[in-house]
Write a new protein. Sequence first.
Length: 316
Amino acid sequence: MTESATGVDTKPRAPGGLVRGTLRTLRNEFTDKERRLGYILVTPAIAIILAIALFPLLYAIWLSLQEIIINQSSSFVGFQNYVDMIQDPDFHSALINTTVFTVLSVSLELVLGMAIALALNRAFKGRGIARATALAPWAFPPAIAAVMWRLMFQDQVGGGILAYLIRSSGIYTHPILGSDSALIVAAVLVDVWKTTPFMALLLLAGLQVIPQEVYEASRVDGATSWQQFWRVTLPLVRPAMLVALLFRTLDAWRVYDLLWVMGNRQLNSLSVYVYNGVKISQLDFSLGNAAAVFVFLSSIAIAFLFIKVLGTRAVD
């Protein structure tokens, strides 16, 4: 017998106590008719998910531990593919490009999306038309948007309008499409233009469920508009912000088509690195598999980090 901090004697839990408790919980779950019916109904969906998602994932992990050469026998090499991947300069550039693109694009989209959501949440004449118009860029496929903006950034064939404006203003005098750094910035601008409406839509949904009585009470207490935003709007919209940031960060982290088209197949990202390994270069098939597993595991880590940092705790 030991005494707890509350002064109540507690008995150390037996080693098998956890197992017996788990078995008891499972027995209670399946003896209840409604809960048993629920498990039966979701079993086909779980089986399909395991078949089309879990098995390919486990197979990809197994392949990443093999030395594979097309039309030849494979051999187990353990984590050597991951070591080679980390030492690969192309992987370094892909990781840096993807990280810079993700951080810049998601940060700008959050700020602009919140501003647009706050504006569209107000009551004004023509609000429905304004909402539909604001969502228009989101309808463009990424590859189409990249081609359209690439034409505006090009310096050849008379030059694009954006290239002319940037060069005339003295912001950047070199060809934008000829520099990886300038291309990353251009790709961020394209992604912000295209995907900010999606961020605004999710944040607007979160704003619309906030009761107006909360704002009225804060005004009675003398809160300014800025104080209302920081102490009322942001805490209450945090669940929607978590969903928006999580979706957009994971989407940006696996970016492929936008950088592929904007960079004319020369701008590297993690997904482009995977494609180059498993599709284009048969000699780098093992590295491509290792990179694919890295993208998956890093996506899970990002999701876990967002949930821990922006977890939907109860608002004080």
